[in-house]
Design a protein around this ligand. Structure first.
Ligand SMILES: Nc1ncnc2c1ncn2[C@@H]1O[C@H](COP(=O)(O)OP(=O)(O)O)[C@@H](O)[C@H]1O
Ligand SMILES: [Mg+2]
Length: 260
């Protein structure tokens, strides 16, 4: 059995990719699934959101930057988190430079896939947090994955750029990874007091139909506060609306991936 690999992606920034990657990983692990979160965004928000200091090489050890440059195996860059079943492969800002170097390397599109193959037997789920671009890192993420998970902020212009993302996905399927599937579209920062959120959700449903997750992630201050304490919202305030939504959403992900 090999891991189900899910790439959390949307080339827009600030739509909830990292928040979703961290909290999905947390609840999968809590549900006793052995889970690895790969921070594949040079901004390293997933790394710092889990309380790991990305500027301190002493505590950090090897990271995804080393893995991409070929100076470490992925297994060496995997660190346990304080949560059972939940491992993290952190990153540093230098991953951005590594991406530039990677452009001249052999097998540049499949470096992440090759790395994941060496550890995937150890996990049930591998979650990849990707940068806000359709860059070489993101393409590596798509090629390495079984599923794409698309968080969409329920705001104006929510679906802007989504067509382009789906084009990239098609291209990746044609050229490199025919089995890639869209796992679903997750509405984030939903505000039930505004009609706009409802309208955008309806628009998402109209376009993506059953691929739209039923759970909407509400805009919730506890979700926004948790990363500054270096913890997932489920560990920060498990009774908050945001934590509950991520827990429900995780059930939907488990259901959708149980036969795949
Ligand atoms: N459901 C939410 N409620 C309130 N704030 C949120 C929520 N989801 C994300 N945020 C905040 O919005 C910002 C962007 O989210 P993030 O997950 O970092 O997006 P991305 O990874 O797509 O750039 C962060 O400051 C995060 O804490
Ligand atoms: Mg992010």
């Amino acid at each position: 059995m090999s891991a189900k690999v899910i790439c959390v992606t949307n080339q827009k920034g600030g739509v909830g990719k990292t928040t979703t990657a961290v909290n999905l990983s947390y609840y999968l692990a809590k549900d006793r699934h052995k889970t690895l979160l790969i921070d594949f965004d040079p901004q390293g928000n997933a790394t710092s959101g889990l309380g790991v200091d990305k500027t301190d090489p002493q505590t950090l050890g090897f990271t995804m930057t080393n893995v991409i440059l070929g100076s470490a195996e992925l297994s060496q860059a995997i660190h346990p988190t304080k949560y059972k079943n939940f491992d993290l492969a952190p990153t540093t800002p230098e991953l951005a430079n590594a991406e530039v170097e990677m452009a001249n390397m052999q097998r540049k599109f499949v470096r992440l896939r090759d790395a994941i193959r060496s550890v995937e037997v150890n996990y049930e789920y591998i979650i990849i947090d990707s940068p806000p671009s359709l860059s070489l890192l993101t393409v590596n993420g798509m090629i390495a994955s079984n599923y794409l998970l698309l968080p969409v902020q329920t705001e104006f212009y929510a679906l802007e750029g989504v067509a382009q993302l789906l084009e990239s996905m098609k291209l990746v399927m044609k050229q490199a990874n025919p089995n890639l599937k869209l796992l679903g579209v997750l509405a984030t920062m939903y505000d039930k007091r505004t009609s706009l959120s409802g309208q955008v959700y309806a628009e998402i449903e109209k376009y993506f139909k059953k691929l739209t997750f039923k759970t909407k992630i509400p805009r919730n201050v506890r979700v926004a506060e948790a990363p500054s304490h270096g913890v997932p919202v489920g560990a920060y305030d498990k009774f908050s609306k945001g934590a509950k939504a991520y827990k429900d959403f995780t059930k939907e992900v488990e259901e959708r991936t149980k036969n795949g």
